[in-house]
Design a protein around this ligand. Structure first.
Ligand SMILES: Nc1ncnc2c1ncn2[C@@H]1O[C@H](COP(=O)(O)OP(=O)(O)OP(=O)(O)O)[C@@H](O)[C@H]1O
Ligand SMILES: [Mg+2]
Length: 273
């Protein structure tokens, strides 16, 4: 393997063509996240089945698929919550995520937003962002210590990005559902993640909040790789660049929204045509 590529041992599978391997190595070259041949079984049921997926640096990827297709399990594998039976997961080309703990993965630059917002309701919006800045939770007593100018600037910058500048002193518990979701995204941003995983971000949001979330996630791409799982197809269409369709734990189709919607296999199994 040339020095340009990390010293990653590609799994050798009998029957896999040399050309295929070459393409895979080239593809890896600019991937931020690389899942190769991942299988996850629960009592013999394969939630993920030989799934292979690459996410580029700074891209915005939408992942769609019916209930039970394996979307959340995919995020669980990336974040170290679930360990696959088979396959490899690399981050930034050289970091083998299967050898890191959930905490190490989170601190290493992969932020995950769960569906239910988990903001600190009794703290202000500003304080929530301040708390999130300290990856090490033991550092929390420093909440009321003086912030450096740089730290204050970063909080202001994130407030601006998430559109909550006017709510900075408001108690987080008093925010709307949508605002809480944005605050939680802001809290992830305080850690400066390279990858942001967002599972069903617009569930329960008003139309206006959904639109604002589309703008927010779109604005984050470029600086971060953003992976969005969502059932709301109108929302997906509004942000989609590349879409991956999961079906029974494998990639069924990948491409633009139009490509995947016109894909006969997708029509057959996912859209029920
Ligand atoms: N811990 C677990 N134990 C047993 N089965 C599980 C577990 N986690 C997930 N599964 C099963 O794996 C399959 C994939 O689940 P997953 O949650 O990844 O689907 P999903 O695509 O996120 O679905 P949804 O759109 O409903 O959120 C489902 O059949 C689910 O029941
Ligand atoms: Mg799910």
């Amino acid at each position: 393997m040339s020095g340009e590529y990390p010293a990653v041992e590609l799994p050798r599978k009998a029957g896999r063509a040399a050309d295929d391997t070459k393409t895979r190595i080239a593809r890896m070259g600019h991937s931020m996240l690389w899942l190769d041949n991942i299988t996850v079984s629960f009592d013999g049921f394969k939630a993920l089945n030989k799934l292979t997926l690459y996410i580029d640096d700074g891209e915005l990827r939408c992942i769609i698929g019916a209930n039970g297709a394996g979307k959340t399990t995919l995020m669980d594998v990336i974040t170290g919550k679930t360990r696959p039976d088979e396959g490899s997961v690399f981050f930034g080309q050289t970091i083998d995520l299967l050898h890191l703990s959930e905490t190490q993965i989170a601190q290493g630059g992969i932020g995950r937003k769960f569906q239910k917002p988990t903001v600190f309701e009794h703290h202000s919006v500003f304080e929530n962002l301040e708390l999130a800045m300290h990856a090490d939770k033991r550092a929390w007593p420093t909440l009321f210590a003086r912030l450096s100018g740089e730290q204050r600037e970063r909080i202001d910058e994130v407030l601006e990005i998430i559109g909550l500048g006017a709510e900075r002193v408001r108690r987080a518990g008093l925010l709307s559902h949508g605002q809480k979701q944005w605050l939680e995204i802001g809290m992830l941003l305080m850690q400066n993640p390279r990858v942001l995983l967002v599972d069903e971000p617009v569930a329960g949001m008003t139309g206006q909040e959904t639109e604002r979330t589309a703008e927010l996630l779109t604005s984050l791409a470029g600086r971060h790789s953003v992976v969005v799982v969502e059932h709301d197809m109108e929302f997906v269409r509004s942000i989609a660049r590349k879409v991956t369709v999961l079906h029974e734990g494998s990639v069924l189709a990948e491409g633009s929204m139009n490509d995947v919607q016109n894909n006969p296999r997708v029509k057959e199994v996912y859209l029920g045509e």
